[in-house]
Every structure is written in C-alpha cells, then in structure tokens.
Design a protein around this ligand. Structure first.
Ligand code: ATP
Ligand code: MG
Length: 472
C-alpha cells in the first residue's frame, strides 16, 4: 500500500482551521483511495469531512489560504467548495442520512465521523485520514477498506440492499469503480445490485450519463458494460446495446454475438484514442444490426443497411442520454454511416477515385474513421487480424498520397456558383448546381485536377453542352 501524501500546504492549513474552529477534520473519499493505490488522476478534487459545519469550515480554510478565494456554498446540502491552484476542495459536515423510498433526497442530520462513514458508498471510499493535531495522518478504517483495497473489492460498508435502495446511483458507481480500478464487486454487493436494478429508474439521466461516460473513458470499458449486463442494469439504461446480445442459428449457420463484438471494438479503440466521441462511435457502429438482421437462404445472415439505419439511431440515443446534439453528435453519426466504407478499399485493387470519394465524404474525420475501422477487426485468428491491419495500413498510405496530390479533405469547389452565374449571365437556376456537381465529380473521378484552371475549362465545356451563352 502506498503512503498518502499530506505534505501539501492545504493539509496543514486545514489542520489549523480545525484547531481554530475546534472541529475534528479528516480527508476522505477518492483522494485517500487513489493515493493508497498509487493512482495518478488528471481531474483533481479532494474531499474533507469535519464534525461541525462544512460551510464554516470551507470559509475558514479559504481565509487562511488567501483573501481572494471565492467559496461556493450549497446550502441545501450543507456543503461548500472552492478552487485553489487548480484543485477543487470540497467540505462537508459529518452527517447522518435517512432516506424515504421514493426519493434520492435524504433527511440529513448532523452526525459523528462514524455516522458519516456509514453513509458512504463503498468501504474503499469510506477511509478517512485524520488532520487533527494529535492524530495527524492516522487512518480511520471502520469497515476494512484497506483490506478491500488489497483484495481489489468493491463492497458496501452496510447491508448492500439498504445502501442501494437509499441511493440507487451507487449501483452504477459500483460498476464504474470496478471498471476504472479493475476491481471485482463483492458477491453480496453484486447480488444486491441485481436485486435492486429496477430502482435505477428514479435516478436522473444526467447522473446516469456521467457514470456511463466515466465507464467509456476507462482503460478497458468492456469490464463496465459486462457488469451492467450481468446486473440487469443494461436493459434499463441502454436497451439498444442490450439488444445486440445473442446469436441466432438457422440451417446450422450462426452470426457473431454483436454485443461482445461491440465491446471488443470498444476496448480496441480505447487503446488508440481517449476521445469520448470516437469511443461512442465504436459503441454505436453496429447498433442497428438487430433491426436489419435477415436470413437469406443463399448467403446466410445479413445486416444490409445497418450503417445507414444505425446512423439514424444516433440522434434519438444522444437525446435520451442528454449528450450534446451538435458537432459531437454529427461526428458520431458520420462515423457510424461510413464505418464500412474503407473495407472494400483494403480488399480490392484500390482505385484512386474510390479513395478520393472516401476522403471527400469523411473530410476532417478520415483519420478517426480509419481508427474505428481498425478497431472493428475482431477475429480470433491472429494472422487474419494482422493481414487486415496491414491492408488498412496500405489504405492509409494511399490516403496520404492522394491527399498530398489533390487536397480533397477540406474540399472547396474551385469554381463558385457566383462565378458560373457571372460567366453565363444567369439568374439562380438548376444549371448552376449541375455544373458545380459535374466539376466535383470530374475531380473525384480524377478526370481533372482539383484546380481553378482545369475546372474553368470544364465549366466552359459543360455550359456549351447545356446550350448556355457566355456573357459578353
Ligand atoms: P472520483 O472523484 O474519482 O469520481 P470519488 O470517490 O472521490 O471518486 P466523488 O463523487 O468525488 O467520488 O465523491 C467523494 C466521496 O463522497 C466518495 O469517495 C464517497 O465517499 C462519497 N460519495 C459520493 N457519492 C456518493 C453516493 N452517491 N453515495 C454515498 N457516498 C458517496
Ligand atoms: Mg472525488
């Protein structure tokens, strides 16, 4: 077990604040857990609990640090926080909570440190370290949290049925921590999640989405999704993903289980990108397979059009998850729609025009698309995987080569509609679009270069064919 670093000025300042207010004070939660695990995190927040008013405590500490700190108070929760040197410090007064069945909002009373530890979600999150003068640095471990850190176990401090029914969000947090830390969920805790899974329905979508995104951003997200499936949370919070499960067999022919395939793609892509939206694209790339599944006597199972139907499912899913409906969503839609496109290019004799068309359609996102396609190779046969990856490597080389020549990625028509109108003395009309489109097609087909002079010559020819007169 690693040592918890308490050398930072903040800890001695908090100790001093505790002494001045005569409040016992402890550092708790994620900071203690992650330090003991030797885990380095990017987003920094440190939680403190004092026996007394958390709000007063935050204000006192802030004033001892500097007179410029703005303390944010959450009166309803009796908590307060401030930011200092890029770290968020959160303060709460020790409390006792009791819950009613239909609400996540507890009745809160002042309590002891022990009461406060009781209301925490997991033993590994209930560890407290004293910042009081006489016991500075001593760990208060009321539930065997240290052992559970060693055994890599997620376990509730009290009866899990009570912990989860009090606040069902904790079920998702259990899965999220298991996934982030690569821990197991204790058997009784796991059984209780399964028993209480339907209670997740009282939790707001925003909180659910925060946890799902944390799972997706973990090193190996499949751990989290498999646990969601196992605990029966998945069909409630993400039925579209649950629907990918299972294999149908007809005439002795099966297809792959698209749930496990998708998770493999997600793990694969997570080794190559930490972009949340690219990871979402991996989750959704085959989402329409159940909807488009057919059995055709001659070819077996098919999923024709699943990329198009899948792209259409992105928006309703993003809406439900309350994810951004702007550029991020359009990016995911585009990748789902295009995810099959590079495959034939890697198999057949590659034509330059096919590559140009792909670059044109994917634009800026061509590299992301290639990352998705590479992650989508999930054969058990290592040799096959190697071969496909090599083929894609070749497609990538071709993309670079053609992009250098033709700059299609940010395609801007070399001839504008206004210019066509001027040259042929036209008012807005269909012919303008026809000419522009044919110029674009000629460039993508490689008949002319992507440049002004060649496009202009073609424009004159097309105009003539359409019977247009040049302006004098
Ligand atoms: P991280 O910051 O990495 O997400 P954390 O454990 O610090 O992990 P926070 O959400 O910051 O998680 O919460 C801080 C502490 O507050 C937790 O360690 C836990 O003790 C307690 N806590 C947070 N949410 C809950 C909850 N829903 N039920 C019970 N205790 C909770
Ligand atoms: Mg935290």
């Amino acid at each position: 077990m690693n040592k918890v670093n308490l050398s930072d000025k903040i800890f001695s300042t908090i100790s001093k604040a505790g002494k001045e207010l005569n409040y016992p004070v402890y550092v708790v939660g994620g900071y203690v857990r992650d330090q003991l695990l030797g885990r380095n995190k990017q987003d920094k927040d440190i939680d403190f609990v004092c026996v007394g008013s958390g709000i007063k405590f935050a204000k006192k500490t802030a004033s001892l640090l500097s007179n410029k700190i703005k303390v944010t108070v959450f009166k309803n929760y009796g908590t307060a926080m401030f930011k200092y040197d890029g770290v968020e410090y959160e303060f709460v007064g020790a409390r006792k909570e009791s819950y009613q069945r239909n609400s996540r909002n507890p009745i809160v009373e002042e309590g002891t440190l022990q009461d406060d530890q009781n209301r925490r979600d997991f033993t590994i999150n209930a560890l407290a370290i004293s910042l009081n003068e006489e016991t500075f640095g001593e760990i208060v471990d009321s539930f065997g949290g240290i052992l559970d850190l060693e055994y890599k176990l997620i376990k509730t401090p009290l009866n899990p049925d009570i912990t989860f029914s009090d606040d069902p969000l904790r079920m998702l947090r259990a899965v999220r921590f298991a996934c982030q830390l690569n821990f197991s969920i204790d058997e009784k805790t796991l059984e209780a999640i399964t028993r209480n899974s339907s209670r997740i329905e009282i939790i707001s979508q925003e909180r659910i989405t925060t946890e799902i995104n944390k799972i997706i951003l973990s090193k190996k997200p499949s751990i989290g999704f498999k646990l969601l499936e196992k605990t029966k949370l998945l069909p409630i919070i993400f039925p579209e993903l649950e629907n990918l499960k299972g294999v149908d067999i007809r005439n002795g022919q099966g297809h792959k289980d698209n749930f496990y395939h998708t998770l493999e793609v997600l793990d694969n892509i997570s080794r190559n990108t930490s972009n949340l939206w690219l990871r979402w694209a991996a989750i959704l790339h085959d989402i329409a397979k159940p909807k488009t599944k057919r059995f055709e006597a001659k070819v077996g199972w098919t999923f024709h059009g699943h990329e198009v139907v899948g792209a259409r499912m992105v928006k309703p899913i993003f809406k439900k998850f309350k994810l951004p409906l702007s550029a991020e969503m359009r990016f995911v839609e585009k990748l789902v729609r295009l995810h099959l496109r590079p495959i034939p290019l890697s198999r057949d004799e590659i034509s330059d025009s096919a590559i140009r068309r792909l670059i044109f359609d994917a634009g800026e996102d061509i590299d992301s698309l290639m990352i998705l396609c590479e992650a989508d190779i999930t054969s058990k046969n290592k040799e096959k995987v190697k071969k496909y990856l090599k083929n894609f490597e070749f497609v990538r080389e071709k993309i670079v080569e053609i992009e250098e020549k033709d700059s299609i990625r940010n395609f801007q028509p070399p001839i504008s509609g206004e210019y066509i109108m001027e040259v042929f003395n036209l008012k807005p009309c269909r012919e303008i679009g026809t000419i522009k489109n044919q110029i674009k097609e000629a460039i993508l087909e490689g008949e002319i270069k992507n440049d002004y002079e060649e496009a202009k010559l073609l424009m004159y020819k097309l105009g003539k064919d359409l019977g247009l007169q040049k302006a004098q």
